[in-house]
Design a protein. Structure first.
Length: 255
């Protein structure tokens, strides 16, 4: 049976709260915070579950924050594969200004990865793939991880008869286009002017300020169901919860 494995290398415990106005210097009285386990691949797996689909989420966590992350994620009932990451899992903070509706997002970088940790993670992900499976990398890469890790993941997947995809945003889209998955990957449905320039002629805008992880999950599920390929993606939408610029990129053999 074909399986879909999402990969989250740099997850975060996302804490969100609200305050009337964000101003300098003074103390800001905030609402009770909400803490959730976040990260690109984890969110794709979560959205698939919400849509009635299924995916396994491979997530790298570490330290006390990592233990809290794992506890919270497992409480959602989504199948997960856990990898011990260097250092402590990062945290993020989102503050909504209730008077204006503006949101301020503070993203921490995460712990530095060693080359050894990167190799161990690659081997662990590859060992979980079988012929015909999909592996989808989503979210930021942790500090210290080699920039060619996504390309090497795609190569490892192909060696096992699996297919590789990557949901990326912003400048990372250009890296994928230039060969982060090993060759010139095709990029579909990315949003925003900057992303349009990165994606090429076959990339079309989603909509201004799009924030629609459900669209990503639906399209990944659609590709998974049809067995992949660029044609399966045409005419469909892609988005990402991390911002208005996002894409689904397929490795060259799959594009």
């Amino acid at each position: 049976m074909t399986d879909l494995l999402t990969v989250t290398l740099n997850p975060a415990l996302d804490m969100s709260t609200a305050t009337p106005r964000v101003v300098a210097e003074g103390k800001l009285r905030c609402a009770a915070p909400l803490t959730e386990p976040g990260g690109g691949g984890a969110n794709v797996a979560r959205a698939l579950a919400t849509l009635g689909g299924r995916a396994r989420a491979w997530i790298a966590v570490g330290g006390s924050a990592g233990r809290e992350y794992r506890e919270r994620f497992e409480a959602e009932g989504i199948e997960a594969c856990w990898f011990e990451a260097p250092g402590d899992t990062r945290r993020t903070l989102g503050v909504t200004e209730t008077e204006t509706g503006s949101q301020f997002r503070f993203l921490m970088p995460g712990a530095d990865w060693t080359a050894e940790a990167g190799e161990a993670a690659l081997a662990d992900v590859a060992a979980r793939l079988g012929a015909g499976d999909w592996v989808v990398l989503s979210g930021s890469l942790p500090p210290g991880l080699a920039a060619d890790w996504p390309r090497r993941l795609a190569a490892a997947a192909r060696a096992r008869g699996a297919r590789a995809g990557s949901v990326r945003e912003g400048g990372e889209v250009r890296a994928v286009r230039r060969g982060a998955l090993g060759g010139r990957a095709r990029v579909h449905r990315i949003a925003g002017d900057d992303a349009m320039g990165a994606g090429g002629e076959d990339a079309r805008p989603l909509r201004e300020g799009a924030a629609d992880i459900g669209a990503v999950a639906g399209d990944v599920q659609h590709l998974h169901r049809l067995g992949g390929g660029a044609e399966a993606a045409r005419g469909r939408r892609f988005g990402d919860e991390d911002g208005p610029e996002a894409a689904l990129a397929l490795a060259p053999e799959d594009a």
